[in-house]
Design a protein around this ligand. Structure first.
Ligand SMILES: [Zn+2]
Length: 167
């Protein structure tokens, strides 16, 4: 799909790449950091003596690859933090923490959002090398739409504590 200016379309979520929903950035300058927290942190911001490799100096942002269908075609778009929060209903950090204690949450969240009808505004990537259109805004169309984190909390609450491993 090619567009020459930001375009708003109606679409359906076909699939979400749940294996890689977010990435780490420096919490001060939002530069991308390596996934391994002990690897070199953000150098410009790393002069603080209190820096101790904890998560205090990094945070997570959503970066979600999603395949969507319009009435004529299916294609992949990339959705960054601001748009993804609308669908997830929480920050990437909150979701990451939730997923740490609920290992299937990312998969379940992708499944929960599949089939959802959305109005999305797409724009060309700022980086000319990027291969996917980016979602600049998203509005769920279904009147009963619930952000994914709420669906997850309901789901795991219903299943209850009895399914927690006993060891
Ligand atoms: Zn920084």
């Amino acid at each position: 799909m090619e567009i020459d200016k930001p375009t708003t379309i109606m679409c359906t979520v076909v699939a979400i790449d749940h294996t890689n929903l977010c990435y780490r950035v420096c919490s001060l300058c939002e530069k991308t950091l390596p996934e391994n927290p002990t690897a070199s942190a953000c150098k410009p911001c790393n002069c603080s003596k209190s820096f101790n490799f904890s998560n205090s100096s990094s945070k997570r942002l959503f970066r979600v690859l999603m395949s969507i269908a319009t009435d004529t075609k299916v294609f992949v778009v990339i959705m960054f933090d601001r748009a993804a929060r609308v669908l997830f209903g929480c920050s990437a950090d909150e979701f990451f923490d939730f997923a740490k204690t609920h290992p299937y949450a990312a998969m379940a969240v992708a499944r929960a959002l599949e089939g959802e009808m959305l109005t999305v505004t797409l724009s060309n990537p700022k980086n000319g090398n990027a291969q996917h259109l980016r979602v600049v805004s998203v509005v769920p169309l279904r009147s009963g739409f619930k952000p994914a984190i709420e669906t997850m909390r309901d789901l795991y609450r219903v299943r209850g504590v009895s399914l927690q491993p006993s060891s």
